[in-house]
Design a protein around this ligand. Sequence first.
Ligand code: CUA
Length: 347
Amino acid sequence: MKQNRLHSSKRRTGRAITIVVGSCGSILVGCGPQNFMAAGGPAAQPIAWLGWFVLIAFIVATAITWGLLLWAALRRRGTYETHASIDDDGGEGWILIGGFLAPVAVLTMFFVVTLHILHRYPMDEGQGSPEIHVVARQWWFNAHYRVDGRPDLEVTSPTEIHIPVGRPVQLDLASDDVIHSFWVPKLHGKVDMMPGFTNHVRLQADHPGTYEGQCGEYCGEQHAHMRLFIVAQTPAEYVRWLDAQRAPAAGPLDPEAKHGAEVFQAAACPMCHTVRGTAALGSIGPDLTHVASRRTIAGGSIRNDMANLAGWVTHAQTLKPGAQMPNITQFSGEELRAVVAYLQTLH
Ligand code: CUA
């Protein structure tokens, strides 16, 4: 009996330690791929410095406070009567210094350091011509790439924004409906995307890779499913990607995908989606000309694979309630398979 109780209390202590260590670990690791404390470019660097400075100052202040608390708790033991009277000039200095002067000093230090870092933050006033125009919508980001100012050469890339690595890229940020916020924690601070107003950022990634982002301002039901990916590539890869995106959709070769293309064109799909090189010219939903080249669908909320494409076509309102994409329930199983096969040929 006693043994059992001892075991269960040991187990409880073990579990408590696991929870404490686990939570500290997750705080320190941050949000993984969206950890702003691990900067991937010059605009994120000052924010990361500020984050580390505040974290370390917080740990030091907490350690001092707990140290004093423990000291006070362990310092003297005795009865109530044996202690000095509380009115006996006891501890006014402590209250003045610990309760007033120390917090004022610490908060003033944070204020001055924050002002200093804000002053050094690379602001972009929008001089020069933007390379990429990003428009936010409920609930996805659409990147428009202009080529030599020629509208006929414009391509759009939903959810994935490719940039060349190692140099600043100027982005214009706007919104088509409500206020959203452009936020790629490893590369830049949050910047609002507002209807009727254009903001500018200079985005730079120092290393090739994919940087995850997220809408940073509550914008409705599916705010949490409004993600984005910055794909930083070497200049040569970036040019290759842009050239591939500029090309119209390749016609499907195998019979199933060919059938899928016919089903796609005959259904409501072309009213909302564009597939360049075909009669589909809708602009409500994402451009599907190269949908198979993207890693996710539905504003970055699900992986781009056969099962999710079929699920998205038939049950968009279950996967992302409130999205503009309706449930398309008119297809037979064979037609649905063909449409998905067609979408997967659009590289
Ligand atoms: Cu868009 Cu939150």
